[in-house]
Design a binder for this molecule. Structure first.
Ligand code: NAD
Length: 280
């Protein structure tokens, strides 16, 4: 089965839209997302434009605050503090990557945990790791929703996650652990990666290496989630060799059209959750 991320994400987007519309009717208030974009890196500009467009479509007010790549860290933190203190701002997102003079850790720490729609602030990371309520990073949350769409009870499954980034691999592992999976986290220094992957009931690949995972890396009947987005000439490919693996897996995400659309849908969901918590 090919997992249709576009379809599943559009259902989630519709749910968010309906809930926002109901809230607006009742209270005349709606969520608001402030995105800070620094520099002129083209993929970041495209991501931010998409986030704004999708936000507006579901009724989230969206502003993009743009800075040139020379802006100082102090100025950005001043702006974040201003947004932290603005009651009408529900969520704050600083588009990564950042220019060299700006320390990513300081920026992530500056965003108030209750407005941290990306779920990167250490308080949210710690809450997720402790099994408490947290804002969950959008891509792993999207992956979990796709997996649960295929199989609702994941208890006892062996999940292998390739990649240990704060953005993808680590939160993915925490989420699947919370679902009572047995977890293996693999990374660039892992030995016998193929053999480890071949034992997975659920295989999530977030390595950023095109077509890394081949047919003989996958157990028959596994659920395969491909987070990778790699450009080969003008084509986007994932970390999994889709054509090689698709008939062996029980379910597999394509690239594009798999995890990608879920990421943005989960950002909308997170913004709504932040708004609800702030206004409860
Ligand atoms: P990253 O570079 O921060 O982390 C990559 C991880 O993969 C590292 O932990 C590294 O140890 C591991 N790795 C690298 N090469 C490996 C190899 N040969 N074997 C095993 N492990 C290896 O990357 P990231 O930010 O986590 O992103 C990973 C991929 O996901 C990228 O292709 C990125 O573009 C994509 N991505 C997609 C979405 C989406 O919405 N679909 C969102 C974010 C990132």
């Amino acid at each position: 089965m090919i997992i249709d991320g576009k379809k599943i994400s559009s259902l989630l987007v519709e749910e968010v839209k309906e809930e926002i519309s109901a809230i607006k009717k009742k209270t005349n208030k709606s969520p608001s997302l402030s995105v800070i974009l620094i520099g002129d890196f083209v993929p970041s500009q495209i991501y931010v434009q998409n986030k704004k467009k999708k936000s507006l479509e579901v009724g989230i007010n969206s502003e993009v605050i743009r800075y040139s790549k020379e802006i100082s860290e102090k100025e950005v933190i001043k702006k974040i503090n201003e947004l932290n203190n603005k009651k009408e701002v529900s969520g704050i997102l600083v588009q990564l990557p950042l220019p060299d003079q700006i320390n990513k850790e300081k920026i992530i720490n500056a965003i108030h945990p209750s407005k941290d729609v990306d779920g990167f602030n250490p308080l949210n990371v710690g809450n997720l790791a402790s099994g408490y309520k947290a804002i969950i990073p959008c891509t792993p949350l999207g992956c979990l929703l796709l997996i649960k769409n295929i199989e609702s009870n994941l208890s006892g499954k062996h999940a292998v996650i390739v990649g240990r980034s704060n953005l993808n691999g680590k939160p993915m592992a925490q989420l699947l652990l919370k679902e009572n999976c047995t977890i293996t986290i693999a990374h660039s220094k892992t030995k016998a990666l193929k053999d480890i992957c071949a034992k997975a009931d659920i295989l999530v690949v977030a390595a950023g290496v095109s077509n890394l995972v081949k047919n003989d890396w996958v157990k028959k009947g596994a659920i395969v989630i491909d987070v990778g987005i790699n450009k080969i000439k003008d084509r986007l490919v994932g970390d999994v060799d889709f054509n090689d693996v698709k008939d062996k897996a029980k379910a597999i995400t394509p690239v594009p059209g798999g995890v990608g659309p879920m990421t943005i849908a989960c950002l909308l969901k997170n913004t709504l959750e932040c708004f609800k918590k702030q206004n409860s």
